[in-house]
Design a protein around this ligand. Structure first.
Ligand code: ATR
Length: 255
């Protein structure tokens, strides 16, 4: 597809954004469907966000973009409409520009849902979530949509875990003592920025370990990484922008 005056612009804003896999993935999707569009990575710091948004609003060729750390909450005040699921999760990772109107969605939870589905996780597993940062609400929503209801959360900063627990009606575990209670859980999810190895000392083959990071170094091969989540959140964003359903999982795996 040649770039010309009709090329639609999509992208991702974040800080950092240099290591994002989304441009390679989304550009493959556009190519597969023969859509004249390009998807770019924009490095946008928190300080620059208002100016970038003001500029984006003037670009007629911009049809949508993804939002990543640290802007998923802040972006919400610039939107004309926010989908009810994104409101419940409290974060937006996908913006659709429709006749100048900006509409915010959250597709991260769908990535979590599909990860559970593809890995054939039963919905009666008792689950511990470690971390209550930006990604955790989407994870909890995805788990609950999947039908997993027995969920506890633990976080270094206890107040943040308490806020999540209250919002989603789940339990909390003290961060100082969660390691003594790991035997209670059949699934453990790491949403922190810390490697799993620093949080769990021994890995049990009968337990499901899911870490949102794309690459898990020095982890047993039965641990689930964030690649499936990344793919499906992106596929869902693409569907919101174009109405097309992608089935090219290789778009991610081959890169
Ligand atoms: P935030 O939402 O606070 O900006 P994030 O980057 O989305 O943060 O998430 C970071 C997560 O990793 C948080 O759960 C954080 O715990 P705190 O809420 O206590 O900061 C967790 N985290 C980061 N470094 C950590 C460490 N050294 N040990 C344990 N948890 C850590």
């Amino acid at each position: 597809m040649n770039i010309d005056t009709k090329t639609q612009i999509y992208g991702i804003i974040g800080d950092p954004v240099a290591h994002s896999k989304s441009p390679a993935m989304q550009n493959t999707f556009f190519k597969d469907f023969g859509i004249n569009a390009v998807y770019l990575a924009f490095h946008v710091t928190g300080d620059n966000l208002p100016d970038v948004i003001a500029g984006f609003k003037k670009i007629e060729e911009l049809h949508g973009f993804n939002v990543t750390i640290p802007h998923k909450v802040e972006i919400m005040k610039y939107l004309d409409e926010i989908d009810c699921i994104a409101l419940k999760i409290g974060a937006v990772n996908t913006v659709v520009v429709n006749n100048g109107k900006w509409i915010g969605y959250n597709t991260d939870w769908y990535g979590v849902f599909k990860t559970l589905e593809e890995n054939k996780i039963p919905n009666n597993v008792k689950t511990l979530i470690i971390g209550a940062g930006g990604a955790s609400n989407g994870v909890i929503y995805g788990l609950q949509q999947f039908g997993i209801s027995n969920i506890d959360i633990t976080n270094r900063t206890a107040e943040k875990a308490a806020v999540c627990a209250e919002q989603f009606n789940i339990g909390t575990v003290d961060f100082a003592s969660y390691k003594d209670k790991l035997d209670d859980y059949q699934m453990i999810i790491n949403t922190t920025t810390v490697p799993f190895n620093d949080l769990i000392l021994t890995f049990d083959k009968n337990v499901v370990y899911f870490d949102l990071k794309y690459y898990l170094e020095a982890m047993p091969d039965f641990c689930i990484d964030g690649k499936t989540m990344l793919y499906y959140q992106g596929a869902k964003a693409f569907e919101l922008w174009t109405g097309k359903t992608v089935r090219n999982y290789d778009a991610l795996q081959s890169r």
